[in-house]
Ligand binder design. Structure first.
Ligand code: SAH
Ligand code: SF4
Ligand code: F3S
Length: 434
């Protein structure tokens, strides 16, 4: 057996893709190693979402090449979104032997064979059909409790700032039979939680099954299996999905609903195709059906031409919704996107960073407020394992996706238990067994 080492960057879909790659490669004589120094093949599954994500990878490529001294036969590979975006430019560096885009992983064994004959190889063809539906991913997660299942690939939305439609290609949904089969396999292997992944899960459609239908099918597999999903698009999240979540006790009450901006002119320029009012109505509908639903978001500050006043609208929508958590970013221009072709990236870095820090400070106080509202309440949590800070404590999440820690010597990873919240930080609920 040859040894394959893969580092994964970017979103959860990339994590799941790495699992698919390990599965494909295992059938062709490659076993996984977590020790880079013993690897015959070193790969990075990469992300292009922001410039700094790509900069990190360049540093890693140089690092991977330091292992060639001891092992001249070493193969260095680049997978994922950066492979798709930069294509031959990666081979031209002379530091990379194989480049494979997100739809080309089935060809990896063949590419590697050809590389061994001394020729760099590339396959960055995008597909309209590939979903890797028949492949059982080799799970690389740490806890053995929670698994990712990709339900679709690509994206058809073309938000003006976003590189994903170019790196991942057209949207396609995976056959629900294979999704349900994979979720059943997870249950058989002892997993207690699955997260259904797609860039826009609400547009899932396979034959006559939509996302609400799929959610119910997966929830039905076992009442012991928690079902999560990501990401919902505010323009597409339907009443049917919200009501399905409310109806099934094992579908977790958490929605990641990226707002991006609170200002209608900026939303329009981002091509998000909803307004502030529409977004707030969706939040109200979610809270009406599930008052305990965790709502988290993503936002971009300093998008092309964003004024101070328009940025204030992002602050105010954060306050109005009162998010439980958020990922916040400086706008990063991505070559080839609609925004890069049509609008100058004209907000100075200092201004972006000042706005970002202001938004982060606001969100920290909102997260703390949200956690304080939970003090005194009890929650069912799924144990993920020992807490990182204190091995005598366990950690696990509420349905709303809040991290809890508590002293416990009775339970283990994969158990359900009930905890009472005694205190909190902005990131964690500090609990005791209830
Ligand atoms: N499909 C998901 C988002 C995937 S990318 C959705 O539509 O919500 C994850 C997040 O990265 C986005 O929500 C956005 O906030 C951020 N992002 C995407 N492109 C970006 C860019 N060019 N600059 C800064 N942040 C970006
Ligand atoms: Fe990018 Fe928009 Fe698609 Fe999300 S929905 S992946 S932000 S184009
Ligand atoms: Fe990054 Fe590609 Fe995911 S750009 S966020 S790895 S879809």
């Amino acid at each position: 057996m040859k040894k394959l080492y893969i580092e994964t960057y970017g979103c959860q879909m990339n994590v799941n893709d790495t699992e698919v790659v390990f599965s494909i490669m295992a059938k062709h004589g490659y076993e996984r190693t977590e020790d880079i120094s013993e690897a015959d093949v070193i790969m990075a599954n990469t992300c292009s979402i922001r410039d700094n994500a790509e900069q990190r990878i360049w540093g890693r490529i140089d690092y991977f090449n330091t292992f060639r001294k001891a092992k001249p036969e070493l193969v260095v590979g680049i997978l994922g979104c950066m492979a798709e975006r930069l294509k031959d430019a990666l081979l031209d560096t002379g530091k990379v032997n194989v480049v494979a885009g997100p739809d080309a992983y089935r060809s990896l064994p063949t590419l590697l064979e050809a590389v061994q004959e001394g020729h760099p190889q590339i396959n960055v063809e995008l597909s309209r059909e590939e979903t890797y539906g028949d492949i059982s991913p080799v799970r690389i997660d740490r806890n053995g409790v929670s698994a990712f299942i990709s339900i679709m690939r690509g994206c058809n939305n073309v938000c003006s700032y976003c590189v994903v439609p170019y790196t991942r290609g057209a949207e396609r949904s995976r056959d629900y039979h294979t999704i349900v089969r994979e979720a059943c396999e997870c249950v058989e292997k002892g997993y207690k939680e699955v997260t259904l992944l797609g860039q826009n899960v609400d547009s899932y459609k396979y034959e006559d099954v939509n996302f609400a239908g799929l959610l119910a099918m997966v929830a039905q597999i076992s009442p012991e299996l928690r079902v999560r999903f990501s990401t919902s698009h505010p323009k597409d999240i339907s009443d049917e999905v919200i009501d399905t979540m409310a109806a099934w006790p094992n579908i977790c009450h958490h929605i990641h609903l990226p707002v991006q901006s609170g200002n209608d002119r900026i939303l329009e320029k981002m091509r998000r195709r909803y307004t502030r009012e529409w977004y707030l109505e969706r939040v109200a509908r979610i809270r009406q059906a599930m008052p305990d639903c965790g709502i988290t978001t993503d936002a971009i500050v300093g998008f092309c031409s964003e004024t101070e006043e328009e940025f204030r609208d992002t602050l105010s929508i954060f306050e109005e919704v009162g998010y439980d958590a958020a990922f916040m970013f400086n706008y990063s221009e991505r070559p080839g996107t609609l925004a890069s072709r049509n609008y100058p990236d004209d907000i100075p870095l200092e201004v972006k960073t000042r706005r970002l820090n202001e938004l982060i400070a606001l969100q920290n106080s909102l997260s703390l407020e949200s956690n304080r509202r939970d003090v005194g309440k009890t929650f069912e949590v799924l144990v993920e394992g020992p807490s990182k800070k204190d091995p005598s404590e366990l950690c696990g999440r509420t349905g709303s996706n809040k991290m809890c820690v508590w002293k416990d010597s009775q339970h283990k990873a994969g158990d359900y238990t009930t905890v009472r919240v005694l205190d909190c930080t902005s990131a964690t609920l500090l609990c005791e067994l209830a």
